[in-house]
Write a protein that binds this ligand. Sequence first.
Ligand code: PLP
Length: 391
Amino acid sequence: MDQEDMVSKLPPIDRDAVVPVYRPYLGPEVQEAARGALEAGWLGMGKLSMEFEQGLERYLQLDGRRAVATNSCTEAIHLAGQLIGLGPGDEVICPAFTYVAGHQAISRTGASIVFCDVEEGHLGLDPDRVRELITDRTRAVLVVDYLGLPARVDDIVAIAREHGLRVIEDAAHAFGTRSGGRPVGSFGDITCFSFGPVKMITTLEGGAVITPDPADVQALHELRHLGIDADTDARYRNSRNWEFDVVRQGYRCHLGSVPAAIGLAQLPLVDEFIANRQEYCRRYDAAFRDVEGLTLFDTDWKDVAPYIYVVRTRDAEERGRLMTHLKERGIATGIHFLGAQDFSFYEGCRRGGLEVTDRATGQVLTLPLHPYMDEGTLTRVTDGVRSFYGA
Ligand SMILES: Cc1ncc(COP(=O)(O)O)c(C=O)c1O
């Protein structure tokens, strides 16, 4: 792509400024939408929350599946766990290689985490390793679409069906990714998305549960809002229902009107964000392909909605030196992820062999990826990495 072709809605990053890992887009149309919602004065869950859910259902081509918006993906995963009845005595097979949000959401239900390895290549859950870990106590599998690459959800759902298990797909990184021509969320079992501050689209903080069974929507509404049986419809009309029953233990993790308005303003931009990010990932790949010592993900990015761009170094020591080298050049980096099997809180959890996880956690390095990047910034990053390797 030539410089002239690159239409940016974000100002170029000054050469003296640090290039951040993330850079959310909160331009005039987003600020206008937030101001409109503030001025309307109905701040809690309301008509805009419902419209955001309907926007998600349209964008994800859900065709009968339903979206229930929450205030984070962590809460979405927790609600999914409550919906399928997870509790003490149950086990959930989870990748060790993921953000601890998923583990925390599952362990909050009282169920036990079982750490499972991921596969080389896409670093998503390994179906063969999942199969080995299933016991009489297993109730569910948590699958993660790492950095936006689709995990092997169909294979894992097939194994789960053989054993009567549910699958919760943590698609926090994969809003807009397609697999086999279908948007993530439109197939599989239960899917959870994140609209956190730095995700593909943001509602500042936010998330959603996608359920394949419309009959689950009522239960999700109750779980999302204090176990109340009959208030959501009224709130969706910016009103309240003063007569209701409380029918279960619920939580309070709905999406308010101002965050929903911000999300609604970002939805029309998501295809542009994805196309740009794909282009930047391809630029990075082309610049790093011949660098000895770096391993890239084996994808052409077509159909992938890249949330982060990750390279793998030879080992953790080299990664540390590369991070320092880039920091000295004003380029911020990140690590996705540390291995959750090493966190003290989870030290008692059952686990299989975690060879790929152990290797990947020492190698992965996240480089800056934004919805709009200027030529100078992309070149700063590629030159910074290449100069470390003397390339
Ligand atoms: C894989 C994964 N799952 C879940 C989450 C949690 O999302 P949220 O911040 O919306 O709760 C994150 C956050 O970055 C994540 O990376």
